[in-house]
Design a binder for this molecule. Structure first.
Ligand code: GRF
Length: 236
């Protein structure tokens, strides 16, 4: 499959139907990144519609955030499925039913199978709390401290079957300070995650960012390096 074709399909549908891009969010926990999207849309800073929030955890605070904002909140408990593939199929049938143009993984803590990832290639992004390709996976802040890096941060990337390994769209960088522990560092990164996700999704929804032949393109040209979020919450 040509991922670019799928992404283009999503965008041409947006253009043809003249609607704001429809966004589905996957979230397993706290939902502060979801809240950042909700707030940005409400403030007129992001031209998109959040059509539904999906979670694999019934108690996820993200679901309450969605309901409070009047957004459809859907739960599928992974415990009831024999395999990851069966669960993915059920969850992504729900996702497809709300006809999103793009899917945002915002703290979704389950691995996604290659089958669903392939279907949504170029239309699904994830936010990860490290400067990828450094520190894929879990406990990124503690690992960054243990390695003694001077800079840490967050990345927004297209989701591919390679865990946290898809092409990176944009990053936000923060300094590691003397005396940091995983909690203080995580808080500094999270503060930058929110504008990073809003700005990245804004570019995607505007049709300025796309995935072609496994490379991120901005305004039709391949990106040499991930965009960097500035202090003004914009991109350098
Ligand atoms: C964030 O740090 C995000 O980068 C990671 O999971 C965390 C989710 O936080 N993937 P929240 O649920 O959005 O508050």
């Amino acid at each position: 499959m040509d991922p670019g074709a799928d992404a283009q399909h999503g965008l041409s549908r947006v253009a043809a139907e003249k609607h704001a891009p429809r966004i589905a969010v996957l979230a397993s926990g706290r939902g502060s990144n979801l809240q950042a999207l909700i707030d940005a849309i409400a403030a007129g800073g992001l031209a998109a519609e959040l059509v539904a929030v999906f979670s694999d955890r019934p108690q996820a605070p993200a679901l309450a955030r969605a309901r409070d904002a009047g957004i459809r909140a859907c739960v599928r408990d992974a415990g009831g499925y024999a395999s990851r593939a069966e669960f993915d199929d059920a969850l992504f049938a729900d996702v497809a039913a709300v006809q999103p143009d793009f899917v945002v993984c915002a703290g979704y803590l389950r691995l996604l199978g290659a089958h669903v990832v392939g279907h949504w290639l170029g239309r699904m992004i994830n936010i990860h709390p490290s400067l990828l390709p450094a520190f894929k996976g879990l406990r990124t802040h503690a690992r960054a401290l243990a390695e003694g890096v001077r800079d840490h941060g967050a990345s927004v990337h297209f989701v591919t079957p390679d865990l946290d390994g898809g092409p990176v769209i944009a990053q936000a960088r923060v300094p590691v300070l003397a005396g940091d522990d995983a909690g203080t560092l995580a808080a500094r990164v999270l503060e930058r995650e929110h504008p990073l996700l809003v700005a990245s999704l804004g570019l995607l929804c505007a049709g300025r960012i796309a995935l072609h032949e496994h490379r991120v393109h901005l305004d039709g040209a391949p990106l040499a390096a991930p965009l960097q979020l500035t202090a003004n919450h914009d991109f350098a």
